[in-house]
Design a protein around this ligand. Structure first.
Ligand code: OAD
Length: 232
């Protein structure tokens, strides 16, 4: 009975129509990271940042989970060991695809966070700067996103799962952002088998035992079938 930890990135949602960050025409080619994805950027121009995440929320709402998201949900339901999906994505396609054991380590566009009291609530489709917090009433609502310079969520739980992992798989992530890009080294250190699934080898690709190249909608269902067949 193997425990599986799966790290996902923008590549798994690309075929659902969600833009990735580092493609030639991706989000970071259209927007300066320091303007829309840092606490300092939010301090300088909160309207721009809230608008950026309103657009991400609208894109997520218009998208549907694809067969790669659905395959991971099937793996969780049918595999005898534990399956944990750790996503860097802020869309909700994993949960809408049926995954339950899920960590949004970089936050979620569907959630709002009070910068004054840390209360969280479901974000409206269109957030407005100065929206009051439903708990403390401070006009301090912000998107519940982990910006550069902030600590990703649930790191303790992630490292605990990695310490028990037999298999670690990274899907559709470019390996540029830490701590997520360091998970493969940690998994290898504890003796897990490691697999990268991506369109092309990522920045940390050489650290994986195996590689499966191709679009996620083809590679992920094929890999899941292999794991579930192997257990029969
Ligand atoms: P990137 O945009 O950096 O990388 C996307 C990866 O997906 C690349 O390695 C592509 O080769 C791959 N890819 C694209 N289409 C694919 C497909 N159809 N099938 C399989 N793979 C595909 O996105 P992330 O690695 O997720 O953080 O970015 C990590 C973090 O950087 C994000 O969470 C975000 C960003 O800045 C914050 O905003 C805090």
């Amino acid at each position: 009975m193997s425990n599986i930890v799966i790290l996902t990135g923008a590549g798994i949602s690309a075929e659902s129509g969600i833009e990735t960050f580092r493609a030639e025409t991706g989000l970071w080619a259209q927007h300066a990271v320091e303007d829309v994805a840092t606490p300092e950027g939010f301090g300088r121009n909160p309207e721009l940042v809230v608008e950026f995440y309103n657009a991400r929320r609208a894109a997520a709402a218009a998208a549907r989970p694809n067969v790669a998201h659905e395959a991971l949900a099937r793996l969780e339901a049918e595999h005898a060991g534990e399956v944990l999906v750790v996503t860097q994505n802020v869309d909700d396609l994993h949960e809408r695809g049926g995954t339950r054991n899920l960590i949004h380590m970089h936050g979620a566009v569907g959630s709002a966070l009070c910068a004054a009291c840390d209360h969280r609530w479901d974000a409206p489709l269109v957030m407005v700067v100065g929206d009051p917090c439903p708990a403390c009433n401070a006009p301090a609502a912000r998107p519940d996103i982990v910006w550069f310079g902030e600590m990703p969520y649930q790191m303790e739980r992630i490292f605990e799962a990695l310490s028990r992992a037999d298999i670690f798989v990274a899907i559709g992530t470019s390996g540029n952002v830490y701590p997520a890009a360091g998970f493969v080294a940690e998994a290898a250190r504890v003796g897990a088998k490691t697999l990268e699934i991506n369109l092309e080898r990522s920045t940390v690709g050489s650290q994986f035992d195996d590689m499966l190249l191709g679009p996620a909608t083809q590679t992920v269902p094929a890999w899941v079938n292999g794991i579930l067949d192997g257990a029969k």
